[in-house]
Design a protein around this ligand. Structure first.
Ligand code: ATP
Ligand code: MG
Length: 326
């Protein structure tokens, strides 16, 4: 059953406004534990979904209860973790039911023990259409609260379930600005994968602008760091240039993670086509030796990166505690 509709046929946002007020209260009382990672870049094909899947599987293997939600119509998480075409793959229906009908955000199942998934897929078209309409309607609202409430539709759905998980990972589509804003309002920490080319860096700056916009509703949001993706691991000088450029782009606002993700296309294609992340294929017997070597190396990159991400999160938590104690 849908929520009541206003005369324009848009989703009623009273529930969202109440959720946003509750979240501000929790933040003020320091009761909102940071656990939602937003993997985002305004540019496509920079490794967001590969990173989201690898991180989700690694953290679930560590014994954490992880929710992986794909905010993208492409359904790449289903490819990367192998649930495409299974009962878990609902084409984004569960996500749409939560955002548009106010139903609880319920995963379709576990892709691995402890790894719960809310798939993306074609049903997200309805969500995106609603978001564009809400944004347009909000421009005509008199009340400042009504002008921004639409940005919190995902935050309201996620806040209602965040206590059920240790970690929540949002894999966000590159092309949809309203969807990106939703993720940035809902999330606690952003991770931005970026290749070294100018358009990836432009995508990163675009996220920076949206990040600033989201802060008004989500003042706790932090840039956890940038992951340099798809580089040639042996080119140290090139890497250090990329790192310097990205640090300059971010105006010193975020660290660039030490660990980069190497460019090994055949390994990446093999993993996606088998529905496994690299660390799950390191013992595969049926792979060509060169591909297996690349997969092992890639698995090592992701493993170190996962540790670095956890450390960065722990440092952020410490800074928050100290900030609140001060
Ligand atoms: N380590 C890697 N080396 C080379 N290619 C890779 C690597 N990892 C992933 N790829 C390839 O890069 C492409 C983009 O990866 P991915 O889908 O993870 O990016 P994305 O940012 O999520 O893309 P989109 O914006 O379309 O959602 C895919 O074809 C994938 O197979
Ligand atoms: Mg993707």
């Amino acid at each position: 059953m849908s929520l009541p509709f206003n005369p324009l046929g848009l989703v009623d946002l009273r529930r969202v406004k109440a959720a946003l007020q509750r979240r501000m209260q929790l933040m003020a009382e320091d009761l909102l534990a940071s656990k939602i990672f937003v993997i985002i870049n305004g540019k496509g094909g920079v490794g967001k979904s590969s990173l989201a899947a690898a991180l989700a599987v690694a953290l679930a293997k560590l014994g954490l209860r992880v929710l992986l939600m794909e905010m993208d119509e492409q359904g790449n998480n289903g490819e990367d973790t192998g649930y495409n075409g299974t009962d878990l793959d609902d084409g984004g229906q569960a996500q749409a039911a939560a955002i548009l009908d106010g139903k609880p955000l319920t995963p379709t199942g576990e892709a691995r023990p402890g790894l719960f998934v809310v798939p993306g897929g074609p049903a997200l078209e309805d969500i995106i259409e609603e978001l564009y309409c809400q944004r347009r309607a909000a421009r005509h609202a008199d009340n400042p609260e009504d002008q921004v409430a639409w940005m919190g539709m995902y935050a309201a759905a996620l806040d209602a379930v965040r206590d059920l998980y240790d970690v929540i990972i949002l894999d966000v589509a590159p092309g949809s600005e309203p969807l990106q804003l939703q993720a940035l309002v809902a999330g606690d920490m952003t991770i931005i994968p970026s290749r070294s080319d100018p358009s990836s860096r432009k995508g990163l700056r675009t996220v920076g602008r949206r990040f600033a916009q989201a802060l008004s509703l989500n003042p706790m949001l932090r840039l956890l760091g940038v992951v340099v993706f798809g580089t040639n691991s042996s080119a140290t000088r090139v890497q250090s240039n990329i790192r310097n450029q990205l640090t300059a782009d971010l105006k010193g606002n975020a660290p660039v993670f030490e660990q980069t993700i190497r460019c090994v296309e055949s390994a990446a294609v093999t993993c996606r086509s088998r529905g496994k992340v690299p660390q799950e294929l390191v013992s595969a017997q049926d792979l060509e030796p060169a591909v297996l070597r690349s997969i092992k190396a890639l698995a090592g990159d992701y493993k170190s990166l996962a540790m670095e991400v956890l450390q960065a999160k722990a440092d952020l938590d410490t800074r928050r505690r100290e900030g609140n104690a001060a």
